[in-house]
Design a protein around this ligand. Structure first.
Ligand code: CA
Length: 238
C-alpha cells in the first residue's frame, strides 16, 4: 500500500495501523515522489489532497492512467466539489481529517473485502486487454467488456475506465433492458446503503462520455424517467 501524505506524523500513524493488519506500507511525501515509484503499482493508495507541488487530485488523474487500484482520499478538504472531482477521477472512498486510525484501518479492510467479493474487477488484471474465449466477455455494438480482465475494448484498443465505471457498466450490460434506480445501483455496485447518490449520476455521465457517440442522446445507457437507468441492448435504438 502506498500512503501519499506530506505530514510525517500522520503518514507514520497510518503506516503503523495498516502494518498491524499485515499490510506492507510505503510512504511518499509528495505526489511527484509517489508517481516516480509507479514501476511497482500499489494494491491500494491512501491519498492526501493538500500536498506541496502537485496536489492529490492531480496525482489521482495521473495515477488512473497507470492503474485501477483502489484509492481512498484522506483529507481535511470538505467541499463537495473536491469530493465529486475525486469520485469522478476514480476515488473509491473518502475519510475526513482528523480521523481515528482504527476507523481508517477498518475502512481499508472493508474496501479490500468489497473488492475481493466483487466479480470481474480485479485491479491487478486490468492491463492485459480483452481475453478472447473467456465466459465473462460481453459484447455490445463494437465494444467488448471483459469481466475477467476488467477492461472495455473497442476495435482492439482498450478504453480507459475507472474501476467503478467498469463495475457500473458491467452491472448494467449484464442485465440488459432492466431499469435500476440510483439507490439500487449505489447498493449493488458501490455496496453502500447510505451516502451521496449523486455519485451514481456522475459515473453515468462519465461512462456516457466514453462510450456514447452523443452523450446527450445516449444509445446504450438510457435514462428511464422516474426510475433510473437501463442498458439498451441489441437493435433497441429508440
Ligand atoms: Ca497535507
Amino acid at each position: 500500500m502506498l500512503v501519499v501524505e506530506d505530514d510525517p506524523a500522520i503518514a507514520e500513524l497510518v503506516a503503523t495501523y495498516l502494518g498491524r493488519d499485515g499490510h506492507v506500507v510505503s510512504i511518499a511525501a509528495t505526489a511527484e515522489a509517489a508517481l516516480a515509484r509507479m514501476d511497482e503499482i500499489p494494491d491500494l493508495v491512501l491519498l492526501d489532497l493538500g500536498l506541496p507541488g502537485m496536489d492529490g487530485l492531480q496525482f489521482l488523474r495521473a495515477f488512473r492512467t497507470a492503474s485501477m487500484a483502489p484509492v481512498i482520499i484522506v483529507s481535511a478538504r470538505e467541499s463537495d466539489e473536491d469530493k465529486l472531482e475525486g469520485l469522478g477521477l476514480g476515488a473509491d472512498d473518502f475519510i475526513s481529517k482528523p480521523f481515528s486510525p482504527r476507523v481508517l484501518a477498518a475502512r481499508v479492510g472493508a474496501l479490500l473485502r468489497r473488492i475481493d467479493l466483487e466479480s470481474g474487477a480485479d485491479p491487478d488484471r486490468v492491463a492485459g486487454g480483452a481475453a478472447a474465449g473467456t465466459s465473462n466477455v460481453l459484447g455490445f455494438g463494437s465494444f467488448l467488456l471483459d469481466g475477467d480482465a476488467g477492461t472495455l475494448a473497442r476495435d482492439g484498443g482498450i478504453l480507459r475506465l475507472s474501476r467503478r465505471e467498469f463495475q457500473l457498466l458491467y452491472f448494467l450490460v449484464s442485465r440488459p433492458g432492466r431499469s435500476f434506480g440510483a439507490a439500487e445501483l449505489h447498493r449493488e455496485v458501490w455496496h453502500l446503503e447510505h451516502g451521496d447518490l449523486s455519485t451514481v449520476a456522475v459515473h453515468i455521465q462519465r461512462l456516457r462520455r466514453k462510450i456514447e457517440e452523443d452523450p446527450a442522446e445516449p444509445r446504450w445507457i438510457k435514462t428511464v424517467p422516474g426510475s433510473g437507468y437501463r442498458f439498451a441492448p441489441g437493435q433497441d435504438a429508440q
